[in-house]
Design a protein around this ligand. Structure first.
Ligand code: PMP
Length: 437
């Protein structure tokens, strides 16, 4: 139909064609290619506050926020200034800096369970290193992850469920030996009974559970009541480490992340995105006795030439300082709630089934008549055609949403009430067009 045919100019198409000649798929990370929604990706030239501007000069209200880092909005003047001031002192030393100490102190003071923390350069590195540490600490090889959760693209974690309820993982990608993937057990998210059954059978051989405490890589799925508590209890009983992957939720769903939001203390936490304020940064931390197993104090090896990069530390430190402002997260949560209830009301008016959820500055919407979406299977059952129509309708009218129905949305402190209202007004028209199509 007309509404699913993406409008993009010749110039944008030419740029995309040029990109495809020298970059696989024209992009440096797959979801940017608009593969699941079709059409030509927008090439971004600049961004400020809640807005991004593409190579044609068209401006959008942005709900991707670089996939999470831009909690203060794009190009926040104080963050940019911190980066500029840092840059003149040199870009990298490969030796310790006071900035890294400040960053670690900040993280330990904000995230309840973190006593000691190691910086790295991406979320993938953070989770990969945390898994190695958990295996080294426990002397066990098997790990448990959940279907629909994403923890970066390292070999042990790029694994999906095999067939059957409790499964050995199968590689999600060629290039991952089945011999690696078999050590990654997978279960459906939010299935407490399956979790208890697995631990009863083989809990003592599992090094760690790694989980997104709110799943943000299959749209936005909150844990059922008691589910994370059950993980905590089972891990403690069986000597298994609990790793919360808070790369997305950290500093975003509340200041202390999902662990503060739900009152659960994981053994290890992985972080990324927000702590770099847009610069490439990741971190993993947690119980001191476990972290002491990392080189150079312990035998588990982990390293990085650019880890703790001074420019990245400055962007991150300034970001963390600014979002410690009292009321920051409650205001963001309330504002994001107004956006979601506005979208829901507009969809209802048009007779389009929509289900919404949010926490802090992270949200999800599902083209589904369910009251609440709680599992990967339910996400898969949502109306994909509706998503595509909505995505392109919004994009054409100047609202940039994640180009996939399996991603969370991100709001920021820079989104004004006008931005929110404008988004809802645009959505109302798009929903009506969809209903009429
Ligand atoms: N963990 C989670 C929960 C993520 O959402 C992501 C990225 N979206 C990662 C890990 C990997 O982070 P990166 O892309 O920085 O490697």
């Amino acid at each position: 139909s007309a509404s699913t045919t993406p409008a993009s100019s010749n110039a944008a198409q030419q740029l995309f064609e040029r990109a495809q000649k020298v970059i696989p798929g024209g992009v440096n990370s797959p979801v940017r290619a608009f593969g699941s929604v079709g059409g030509t990706p927008r090439f971004i030239a600049s961004a400020s506050g809640a807005h991004i501007t593409d190579s044609e000069g068209k401006r959008y209200i942005d709900y991707v926020g670089s996939w999470g880092p831009m909690l203060l909005g794009h190009a926040h003047p104080e963050v940019i200034e911190a980066v500029q001031l840092a840059a003149v002192n040199g870009l990298s030393f490969g030796a310790p800096t006071e900035l890294e100490v400040q960053m670690a102190e900040l993280i330990c003071s904000i995230v309840p369970s973190i006593e000691s923390v190691r910086m790295c350069s991406s979320g993938t590195e953070a989770t990969m290193s945390a898994i190695r540490l958990a295996r080294g600490f426990t002397g066990r090889d098997d790990i448990l992850k959940f279907e629909g959760c994403y923890h970066g693209h390292s070999d042990s974690l790029l694994v999906k469920a095999g067939s059957g309820a409790l499964t050995l993982g199968v590689p999600s990608s060629p290039g991952i030996p089945a011999d690696f993937a078999k050590h990654t057990l997978t279960l459906p998210f939010n299935d407490e009974e399956a979790l208890r059954k697995l631990f009863a059978e083989r809990g003592d051989s599992i090094a760690c559970i790694i989980v997104e405490p709110i799943a943000g890589n299959m749209n936005f799925i909150e844990p059922n009541a008691g589910y994370l508590q059950a993980m905590r209890e089972l891990c403690t009983q069986h000597g298994t480490l609990l790793i919360f992957d808070e790369v997305m939720t950290g500093f975003r769903v509340s200041l202390g992340g999902a662990q503060e939001h739900y009152g659960i203390k994981p053994d290890l936490t992985t972080l990324g995105k927000v702590i770099g304020g847009g610069m490439p940064v990741g971190a993993f931390g947690g119980r001191r006795d476990i972290m002491q197993q990392i080189a150079p104090v312990g035998p588990v090896y982990q390293a990085g030439t650019l880890s703790g990069n001074p420019i990245a530390m400055c962007a991150g430190i300034k970001t963390l300082q600014l979002l410690q402002k009292p009321g920051f997260h409650s205001e963001l949560h309330a504002k994001t709630g107004r956006l979601l209830s506005g979208l829901k009301a507009a969809a209802d008016e048009a007779g389009i089934p929509l289900c919404v959820a949010h926490a802090g500055g992270m949200f999800g919407f599902f083209f589904s008549s369910a009251d609440k979406v709680t599992s990967f299977d339910e996400v898969m059952a949502c109306n994909a055609e509706h998503f595509k129509q909505f995505f392109h309708g919004m994009l054409d009218a100047g609202v940039y949403l994640a180009p996939s129905a399996f991603e969370a949305g991100f709001s920021s402190a820079a989104h004004s009430e006008e931005d929110i209202q404008q988004t809802i007004d645009i959505a109302r028209k798009v929903f009506l067009d969809m209903a009429a199509a």
